[in-house]
Every structure is written in structure tokens, then in C-alpha cells.
Ligand binder design. Structure first.
Ligand code: SF4
Ligand code: SF4
Length: 293
């Protein structure tokens, strides 16, 4: 329906509307660019690195509103859905409105609920419905609360490796993330993990793999930043030491030069004094001679 509407209203030769299969993770930037343009984004890179700007519908609409209609971003479309509501729906909601108010419009049942913001797979759990709608609140899932199965040890079945849409090795990454060996995890392209949770979904041991990967990425970022700050502090310390040593050396050289100059001046003065004394003696002698005559 959406595609037909777009095709009906699009009369611009420079815009091409394409359809790709609706399969989870196909909306991820790297996979979308590959599917639409056949361009492979290198490991650790972004779409912009290969000259592509990748924006979602809400951002594109917000840009249009701001640039064409001079309208600031004060509202957004929010989907309310899940097993805990009777009437799932899309609403245009003012930023700052409470989750509670928006959820109440979809007739929630009386059960206890687990609230999740964003996608069911990539979203985040929200503790309370008193949170406000913000620019990134695209969807609120209201699900009946269920007991989560407990986490077991990894049985090395390899199912996570097969499920990963970006060809990583989640099983291997898990061991490195768990032992906080982030350098090794980065060697295994942890930075390319899109945290889609496909590996979590298939894991028979119910290990929250994506949470480990998200933690390992944050830890690596922090370690790198700390290392950078330490390097900068060390460089500054070394330069200060070098500057102090250089100043000391310069001062010593300057003092030695001054001493030498003073010595020369004193020697000069002594010579000058001797010359004056000799001249005076000569004058005295001449005067004595003329007086005697
Ligand atoms: S799917 Fe789970 S149990 Fe199987 S190898 Fe991956 S992490 Fe281990
Ligand atoms: S969350 Fe798991 S499946 Fe998804 S990209 Fe990362 S490693 Fe691969």
C-alpha cells in the first residue's frame, strides 16, 4: 500500500523507488546499502565513507518540515503495539508526552506489562511508563510480562554463527567479550556488530549475546579514550621535562658566555689601566726633566 502510494505520487525522474524483501535486519545501514546499490561498506566504516547518505523516513520527513515548511521538530509518529494492548495504532505525538498517556489510548489490558522502546529485537526495556516521548521514540511495545528463561553455559552449537546477518562469529566474540579482552574481540570485527540480537534469538542457552557485545564495544571505547588521555598526559610530561632541561642548558650556556665576556672585559680594563699608568709616568718624567732644566 505504502509502495503504491509512493509510486503514484513520485513524478521525479531523479528519484527511484525500490522495494526489498521485508526480512529482519535488511533495514540495517550496511545491508540496505548492499541490497540497493551493491556497495559493500568496509569493516568499521559507515555509509558516508562510501559516499552514501542513509536516512530513515522520520528523519527525512523532519528535514523536509524544517527546510521547506520552516517547522521545528515538535512531534513524531509513534507506534503502540504488543500483546498487552487491545488496539495497536500509530499516533502523531508531541515530544515530551508521557508513555502512560500514549499507551492508554491503545486500551491496555489489566495484566502486568513489560515495556520496550524501539524494535522488539533492537529496542531497549523501559522501567516505567512515566518516561517522556523523545525524538528517537518510534515504537512502544507493551507486552504481557513473561518469565524469561534462565541463561545456561554456551554449548558451542554454532547456531549463532549461522544466524549472524553480517557474517561475524558471535560464539567467538562472546568468549572475548565475557573475558573483557576487547582487543581480541575487535580483531574479530566486533565494531561491525549491528546488535540485531539474531544470535540471542537462536541461542539455545539463552545467552544475551548482543548485551555482551554492546558492553564490550563501550568498554573498548572507554579503554581507547583512557589510553589516548594517558598518551597525551605522558607526551605533555615528557615535553615539560625536555623544556626544563633545555632551559637549564640554555641558562648554563648563557652564564658561561657572560662569565667569559666579563673576564675579557676585566683583562681589557687591566691593560687599559696599565697603559694610562705608563702614559702618566711618561708625562711626569717629561715634566720633571723640564723642571730640572
Ligand atoms: S548459539 Fe549460544 S550456545 Fe550455541 S554457540 Fe552460540 S553462544 Fe554458544
Ligand atoms: S547481534 Fe549477533 S547476530 Fe547481530 S550482528 Fe551482532 S553478532 Fe551478529
Amino acid at each position: 500500500e505504502a509502495l503504491n502510494s509512493l509510486l503514484m505520487y513520485c513524478h521525479n525522474d531523479r528519484i527511484s523507488i525500490e522495494q526489498i524483501p521485508t526480512k529482519y535486519t535488511s533495514g540495517a545501514e550496511k545491508l540496505l546499502v548492499k541490497a540497493l546499490l551493491g556497495i559493500e561498506i568496509p569493516s568499521g566504516g559507515f555509509a558516508i565513507d562510501v559516499g552514501v547518505v542513509c536516512q530513515n523516513v522520520a528523519t527525512t520527513k523532519a528535514i523536509f518540515d524544517a527546510v521547506v515548511d520552516n517547522k521545528p521538530l515538535v512531534s513524531r509518529i509513534v507506534t503502540v503495539t504488543g500483546s498487552g494492548v487491545e488496539s495497536p495504532n500509530n499516533y502523531e505525538v508531541r515530544l515530551g508526552a508521557s508513555f502512560e498517556h500514549i499507551v492508554s489510548m491503545s486500551n491496555p489490558n489489566t495484566n502486568q506489562h513489560a515495556i520496550r522502546m524501539g524494535g522488539m529485537m533492537m529496542g531497549v526495556d523501559v522501567e516505567t511508563t512515566r518516561a517522556p516521548i523523545c525524538k528517537i521514540t518510534n515504537c512502544i511495545f507493551v507486552n504481557n510480562l513473561e518469565t524469561k528463561p534462565s541463561t545456561q553455559e554456551c554449548i558451542r552449537c554454532g547456531q549463532c554463527n549461522q544466524a549472524c546477518p553480517v557474517d561475524l562469529l558471535p560464539q567467538q566474540l562472546y568468549w572475548y567479550a565475557k573475558s573483557e579482552d576487547t582487543d581480541k574481540a575487535m580483531d574479530y570485527n566486533l565494531a561491525d556488530c549491528i546488535e540485531c540480537r539474531c544470535c540471542d534469538y537462536v541461542c539455545p542457552s539463552h545467552i544475551p549475546l548482543a548485551e555482551y557485545f554492546s558492553f564490550a564495544k563501550a568498554l573498548h571505547r572507554k579503554t581507547t579514550e583512557d589510553q589516548y588521555r594517558t598518551d597525551i598526559a605522558r607526551e605533555r610530561f615528557e615535553f615539560r621535562e625536555y623544556r626544563l632541561e633545555r632551559n637549564k642548558q640554555e641558562r648554563t650556556e648563557m652564564m658561561a658566555a657572560k662569565k667569559e665576556e666579563l673576564k675579557k672585559k676585566m683583562a681589557n680594563d687591566k691593560e687599559q689601566k696599565a697603559k694610562i699608568a705608563a702614559a702618566m709616568a711618561r708625562v711626569k718624567k717629561t715634566k720633571q726633566a723640564s723642571d730640572d732644566a
